[in-house]
Write a protein that binds this ligand. Structure first.
Ligand SMILES: [Zn+2]
Length: 276
């Protein structure tokens, strides 16, 4: 391989890997930078369709992500079926169908699954759903998942909770009550050992942290998010560095070979020159 080709392939590899890392990061931390923007939009949107939607898409998405990351791995492990009466059931999420119709084609391309229109950021696709497909929201039968945000600690995930604000005992008690009622309705003790194990887990994972002492942190039992992102990052880094390492070794060796050949040539010339 010639040097310019080798350098070009290194550059290509690095740019590809960087793109992949950016994609992984955008997957793990959705919509944190345009929180302010979406907030104002939701308000405007709510004014436009005041009688239709009173539920924040962003907070519903955060709540769903928490359920998916910190509860579902345990529910799947127990092979437990959440009842449709439980407020954590996918049917209780107003935006679930729209969220499932988001196609993330590329880091800068989001496509609408209903009409195939493309957008360069998720927030524009959200706007499109609000403007063009709001008739698909089944408002009459669905519930707002964002209403469970207090119990599920959405603020922790969305980084919207200010550390300076004092703990409000009344609000904390309300959230704890909501949290415990979720545990009771979704994992009733009379549904068998799996349900009672999950009931206990739900209390530890979500409800214990609703205190003003600040000693308990939410999601103490862990989830799938941190491990998968961590291993993904390691895998990408390894994939990125290995070819570069081999290329450097290859280039170094070919350089060495060239040098020894030159040395040999010089010494041969020297030997030939001596006798005369
Ligand atoms: Zn569309």
């Amino acid at each position: 391989m010639k040097k310019p080709t080798a350098i070009a392939s290194i550059l290509l590899l690095v740019s590809l890997s960087l793109q992949e890392i950016a994609y992984a990061v955008s997957l793990s931390e959705p919509n944190q930078d345009f929180e302010g923007f979406s907030g104002s939009r939701t308000l405007k949107q709510e004014q436009e369709h005041a009688h239709e939607v009173h539920c924040s898409r962003e907070r519903s998405r955060a709540a769903w992500k928490i359920i998916d990351d910190y509860l579902m791995p345990f529910v799947e492990r127990e092979d437990y079926r959440i009842s449709s009466k439980c407020r954590l059931h996918p049917n209780k999420d107003l935006f679930r169908d729209q969220e499932l119709h988001k196609i993330h084609v590329d880091i800068n391309e989001w496509r609408c699954g209903y009409c195939k229109k493309s957008f360069r950021a998720e927030k524009f696709l959200d706007q499109h759903f609000d403007n063009r497909h709001y008739n698909l929201l089944n408002v009459s039968h669905s519930k707002c998942l964002a209403d469970l945000c207090g119990a599920l600690h959405c603020d922790v995930v969305m980084n919207t909770k200010s550390t300076k604000t004092k703990c409000n005992p009344a609000a904390t008690a309300r959230n704890r009550h909501l949290c415990e009622s979720l545990a009771d309705s979704c994992f009733p003790a009379n549904k068998g050992p799996s349900a009672s194990r999950l009931h206990d887990l739900f209390l530890r994972q979500f409800c214990d942290a609703h205190t003003c002492s600040g000693k308990q942190k939410p999601f103490s039992k862990g989830g799938k998010k941190e491990t998968s992102v961590f291993y993904l990052a390691i895998a990408i880094l390894t994939l990125m560095l290995l070819p570069i390492f081999y290329l450097i070794v290859y280039l170094h060796q070919s350089e060495m070979r060239k040098n020894t050949q030159e040395l040999r040539r010089i010494s041969k010339v020297g030997q030939k020159a001596k006798p005369s």
